[in-house]
Design a protein around this ligand. Structure first.
Ligand code: PNS
Length: 162
């Protein structure tokens, strides 16, 4: 491994404790982790990119090795601009594999020197996803323990504005 910076791209809509777990695991392997908030054109977002970045920054306020950033367009172009070659993605269940396999291979075709590293979330996070968190929040369910406290607070406020 020659790089000490990894990019962790995703929608992070919102950041969950599963994402936090992957970022912390990434910090064991890399010196720095860039959490790159992107637009997934297949999904409509609840939080704006600015809000999502803010939530990452708040959650990792005491961890200078985590940077929150955003990018438009292709991940490979962002990787080129950053001079980064390692991407981190989290894997929960077998169901994640097909989508991740497709993305990693498309990215490798577009930028052969790029490596995607998959980190497994802790088992307590296997069932947590941003999608489930959004659904719980919409329907008035308790998201405590699924997201960082600052995210829970922002979700509560967002739901009040509806
Ligand atoms: O958290 P998500 O929604 O699963 O993250 C998906 C994301 C944002 C990493 C992916 O959609 C992405 O890389 N988007 C940027 C556009 C791109 O590079 N697409 C080609 C690879 S599929």
């Amino acid at each position: 491994m020659t790089t000490d910076v990894a990019v962790y791209p995703g929608s992070f809509d919102p950041l969950t404790n599963g994402h936090v777990d992957i970022i912390r695991r990434g910090l064991k392997v890399f010196d720095r982790v860039v959490v790159a908030v992107a637009t997934n054109i297949r999904k409509q977002s609840l939080f704006s990119k600015e809000e999502r970045i803010h939530l990452v920054q708040e959650t990792f306020a005491d961890e200078p090795r985590v940077e929150a950033a955003t990018f438009e367009g292709l991940l490979v172009d962002y990787m080129r601009r950053r001079g980064a070659t390692a991407v981190i993605r989290g894997l929960r269940a077998v169901s994640d594999f097909e989508y991740e396999f497709q993305m990693a291979n498309v990215n490798r075709k577009l930028l052969p020197q790029m490596e995607t590293l998959f980190l497994m979330t802790g088992e307590e996070h296997f069932y947590v996803s941003s999608h489930i968190v959004r659904e719980l929040a919409y329907l008035g369910g308790d998201v405590t323990g699924l997201v960082p406290p600052v995210v829970a607070e922002h979700l509560r406020r967002k739901m009040e504005q509806r």
